[in-house]
Ligand binder design. Sequence first.
Ligand code: NAD
Length: 330
Amino acid sequence: MPQTTAKSLYPSASTGRPSKIAIIGAGAVGTAVAYACAMRGDARSIVLQDINKPKVEAEALDIAHGIQFTPCGSVEGSDDVEIVAGADLVIITAGAKQKPGQSRLELAGSTVSLMKKIVPNLQKVAPNAVFMFITNPVDVVTYVALKLMDLPRNQVFGSGTVLDTSRLRYLVSLETGVATQNIHAYVAGEHGDSEVAMWSSAEIGNVPLAQWGPTLTGRTFDSELRKELATEVVQSAYKIIEGKGATNYAIGLSASNIASAVLRDENRVLTVSSLLEDWEGISDVCMAAPTLVGRNGAGRVLNPPLTLAERDGLTASAQRLRQVARDLGF
Ligand code: NAD
């Protein structure tokens, strides 16, 4: 007969450690990421780190006061990078935001200098973490960080066009009345002006987009409508920044979605930005493509069917990103 002891009736606290997400930068984006991750319970412990001590402490406390209503265990903020120690996933949002009318690529120089400063310290305190970059221009920042960190490609990736893909699906959903979750369409390439909507592989449910027939507005997904929707996706960040100074809620949810794919080892297909090695003839650049994302980070990059025009668009996007990295000495 097993002996019933006080110890077995009241087991001590788990000997394991809670899952931990560290978010660098507690601005509009970092706080939205923290809020989304806390609400969705992507990790038990969430920490925010920022050089602005009063702000980061206040932002963390504000979210922590709502923990009762979330599956999250703790939210803390500090200006000390040591708070990142032991993180499973580090999400980097630190950096200057785009000014109205400014392209993401114009931000590159100052952001790269900032990354040179912060990335080595993050790697020192959380050497085994998966690192996800959100700071723009995200593809160039991810490439530079990968070079600075010298880690395997899977461990360092960017949020890529996960947000742009969600924006495209939202627009197709509005046009058709079908739930966004059933729109299977991807945006790849630069998170920015040269990105490419991969229309030829898009499906609604399991119906190829080209066979969908009339939309709610009586149009069909012809080249004119496709161009209109893709342009709206590219323009949407500019429009939001014009109106409110930053985009933050949808990127917060996008990042939380990616975080969950990593920490729950979901192997989801997400258009993150990772180092491409002979993907559709494209190499030595970080750029978004449909990629399996799981506990090890960015895994296999998928090869969907592409038209020649889509392939040319992706090649041009890669060349543009590579050139910016070269101009910055990488
Ligand atoms: P923000 O100015 O509101 O916040 C940036 C924060 O970074 C500030 O709180 C600042 O104190 C902090 N910071 C600066 N230097 C730091 C350092 N050395 N260590 C720690 N923290 C530091 O800007 P934001 O609106 O939050 O945007 C942040 C970044 O995210 C920008 O580069 C923006 O373009 C990018 N962004 C990317 C996407 C995407 O889809 N990839 C979407 C939206 C925004």
